[in-house]
Design a protein around this ligand. Structure first.
Ligand code: NAD
Ligand code: DAU
Length: 349
């Protein structure tokens, strides 16, 4: 039985990837390695936690010695690397934790693979990255895999750096790698500091919905299970050394997205139409706020026959239903330390 190491599998996207790999690939033993930071939560995986081909290990990718030992103890054939600090606002407040986890952690993992993999036959290091490495677009144009890197936040700079290092290990040492750069994900299990779950949580509590700047920034939204499907496909069929952009073909200005979400929430909560929109509050803009991201995903469509399966209205309604059915989950993870962080951030705007 081959062993696949998924890092960051207790987080938002990672939990969907772990579930998919565990259920679709009984021939693989899946190890989920996660430090369980504020963003990691094993509750995201209770339905598969007892699966015979699944195991959780708590550990920090910044600890190179720990990783070397893990790779000595386990014969790992492949890695899907998702563990990261992922929130742009946090990277503006505290860049160093992004440098440590996203850059040093990635190099530690690459080194552990290089030391353990005496021969690269049948091995793969799959690095999960973001469209933010390409910078910011004006009102037209799309990011392709050939767009020059131009990261503009500490988060995106740390992800760009890790992408470069993964490619460097491919070119220098011949390590088999693939990289995918995806647009904004939404769906179940997303920590409510990101726009959509934050707004859902605030609407539920009748709190202000903070819109940065004028709300004109554009993001391309993809349902998280569609991303997990793309990741599984790239893991199986992606070409060695290749990069794949993944996008939702689904661009929205933040303010229009939030208005749609407000409408869905009013209907689901049986509130008078317009109640949630009344909570919209324009606040100070994010420093260095990228205007627009948009992905050209022709390569993955043509080479791997992938496209998003859900339209946005359907995906958003499904997401709202999940959050309404999991309010205790939301209350638990937004209490204590996180709540004081959020309150502080909001006060500072
Ligand atoms: P997340 O913040 O929800 O989850 C990150 C996970 O990594 C958590 O479980 C956390 O505990 C774990 N982790 C953090 N630091 C760690 C460390 N030092 N050692 C071990 N585990 C650690 O993130 P996400 O939104 O699920 O993103 C996952 C990956 O996908 C990231 O690499 C991110 O850059 C990338 N990505 C995210 C999006 C998005 O829209 N969320 C889009 C494109 C790419
Ligand atoms: O593009 C992919 C990236 O998408 C991922 O790599 C990141 O990990 C992920 O966090 C996400 O980054 P964004 O900064 O685009 O996502 P966020 O949900 O933080 O913000 C989405 C947009 O909404 C952005 O323009 C900022 C704005 N926003 C965000 C928050 C949290 C607000 O207007 N108000 C808010 O309270």
């Amino acid at each position: 039985m081959k062993t696949l190491l998924v890092t960051g599998g207790a987080g938002f996207i990672g939990s969907h990837v772990v579930r998919k790999m565990v259920l679709d690939h009984p021939e693989f033993h899946i190890i989920n390695l996660d430090q369980l930071t504020y963003a990691g939560n094993l509750e995201n995986l209770t339905d598969i936690q007892d699966a015979p081909n699944y195991r959780f290990i708590r550990g920090n990718i910044v600890d190179g010695t720990f990783l070397e030992k893990l790779f000595q103890e386990e014969e790992i054939h492949g890695v899907i690397h998702l563990a990261a600090e992922s929130h742009v606002d946090r990277s503006i407040a505290d860049p160093m934790s992004f440098i440590n986890t996203n850059i040093v952690g990635t190099v530690n993992l690459l080194n552990a693979c290089r030391n353990a993999w005496k021969d690269f036959e049948g091995k793969l290091f799959y690095h999960i990255s973001t469209d933010e490495v390409y910078g910011s677009l004006g009102s037209s144009g799309l990011f392709t895999e050939d767009t020059a890197y131009d990261p503009r936040s500490p988060y995106s700079a740390s992800k760009a750096s890790s992408d470069h290092l993964v490619r460097a290990y491919h070119h220098t040492y011949g390590m088999p790698i693939v990289i995918s750069n995806c647009s904004n994900n939404y769906g179940p299990n997303q920590f409510p500091e990101k726009l959509i779950p934050l707004a859902i949580n605030n609407i539920l509590q009748m709190k202000p919905i903070p819109i940065y700047g004028k709300g004109e920034n554009v993001r391309d939204w993809l349902y998280v299970e569609d991303h997990a499907t793309a990741i599984e496909l790239i893991f199986r069929k992606g070409s060695n050394g290749r990069t794949y952009n993944i996008g939702g073909l689904n661009e929205w200005q933040n303010i229009d997205l939030i208005r749609l979400l407000c409408k869905i929430m009013d209907e689901k909560l049986e509130r008078e139409s317009g109640t949630s929109e009344g909570l919209i509050t324009y606040v100070k803009d994010r420093a260095g706020h990228d205007l627009r991201y948009a992905i050209d995903s022709t390569r993955i469509a043509e080479e791997l026959d992938w496209k998003p399966s859900l339209n946005f209205e359907e995906g958003l309604a499904r997401t709202v239903t999940w959050y309404l059915e999991n309010q205790e989950w939301m209350q638990r993870i937004t209490s204590g330390v996180y709540q004081s962080y959020y309150d502080q951030q909001y006060r500072d705007r």
